[in-house]
Design a protein around this ligand. Structure first.
Ligand code: FES
Length: 355
């Protein structure tokens, strides 16, 4: 029985940790691979953590006197006394790398929120599921798998994880444990280099998917990984007469790359005006709105930097940007001119309002 169910039956209201009431306290670091660490937190209020499996926590980290906001997916199960975030080192990734290099047990971290639409509560699904992940994209779907298996033995889960090789499998031990404990949990690995193993080798393709999960068309599909991987998987299942109403995806790879989107000229300077702050800034056409604002030290929160969390929402009141993601924006907000700064490329002089 879950904590919430117990509370309901006894008539007591279960209290849960509130991100604004107390910081997270790191209890333990678990090395997953050479470049990935799971951080296990409790909180000073000693309350259980409530969230929907698949969601992310937005942390505020102070580095050299500057506050950075970043979103990290939760890999643990809700309603427990511990919250686990799994973080991978990223080339040039200031905050992820700082956490891996510096955060030690006993240290505290502030959190602004727990959120995310990619979760196994709000995304309607059947009892037969297929999780497909690559790299650190395994984190939110591992939370979903753990939670669903704990809740009911009716869930039949095929979990296909793609990794470079046997040394780069995040949650390798947990996958084996879940398979031992739950006969309906079927882990599958697809490795780019399967040397010294009996796992499948190669890249994701329709024949490979049919080999590893022959009944994938009968399963609700949750997908998370780098953008190119996600695009390949989506196109494979779309071409295979899969029912896309059962398809859910999330990506934490930057949604717009500076100077790589749209047709703007990266050598051309454009002006960004922020009338309410009385600011006029110069930026390269082709850079993201987020980069331009951060380079000029305009205060903006950008937690996921991937067009997912909505924290970098801005309103365009004049000028043109090209957006690669409108995730986390309502239809009304889009109609009013709101965009996600991390996912919007500057195409011309632009006037904005910070949300
Ligand atoms: S930083 Fe999360 S949507 Fe832009």
């Amino acid at each position: 029985m879950s904590i919430a169910e117990s509370a309901n039956r006894s008539g007591a209201e279960q209290a849960y940790w509130n991100p604004s009431s107390s910081p997270l306290i790191l209890q333990q670091r678990l090395n997953q691979t050479a470049d990935t660490v799971s951080f296990v937190f409790t909180n000073a209020d000693k309350l259980p953590f409530q969230f929907k499996p698949g969601q992310f926590a937005t942390l505020t980290i102070n580095i050299d006197g500057k506050a950075y906001h970043r979103a990290y997916s939760i890999s643990s199960v809700p309603e427990q006394q511990q919250l686990q975030l799994t973080i991978k080192r990223v080339p040039g990734g200031l905050v992820s790398n700082w956490l891996i290099d510096n955060l030690l047990p006993g240290q505290q971290i502030n959190t602004t929120s727990i959120a995310g639409e990619f979760n196994s509560v709000d995304c309607a699904h059947g009892n037969k599921l297929l999780f497909i992940s690559a790299g650190c994209g395994i984190t939110p779907v591992m939370s979903m798998a753990r939670t669903l298996l704990q809740a009911s033995s009716d869930h039949d889960i095929c979990f296909l994880h793609c990794a470079r090789d046997m040394n780069n499998i995040i949650f390798a031990k947990e996958m084996k444990q879940l398979a031992t404990q739950h006969p309906t949990f079927k882990p599958r690995l697809l490795l780019e280099d399967a040397a010294n193993s009996t796992e499948a080798e190669g890249l994701i393709s329709l024949p490979m998917l049919e080999q590893l999960c022959p009944d994938f068309r009968q399963r609700s599909l949750f997908l998370c990984g780098p953008t190119g991987f996600m695009e390949a998987c989506k196109s494979i299942v779309e071409s295979a007469a899969y029912d896309m109403s059962q398809f859910y995806q999330e990506s934490f790879t930057p949604a717009a790359n500076d100077s790589q989107r749209g047709n703007s000229d990266a050598d051309t300077l454009v002006q960004i005006s922020v009338p309410k702050l009385k600011l006029k800034l110069a930026a390269n056409a082709g850079s993201t709105l987020l980069t331009a604002l951060e380079d000029n030290e305009v205060p903006i929160i950008a937690a996921c930097r991937s067009g997912v969390c909505g924290s970098c929402k801005c309103k365009i009141t004049a000028g043109e940007v090209v957006s690669t993601s409108q995730g986390a924006l309502s239809n009304e907000e889009v109609a009013q001119g709101f965009v996600l700064a991390c996912s919007s490329t500057l195409m011309s002089d632009t006037e904005i309002e910070l949300a």
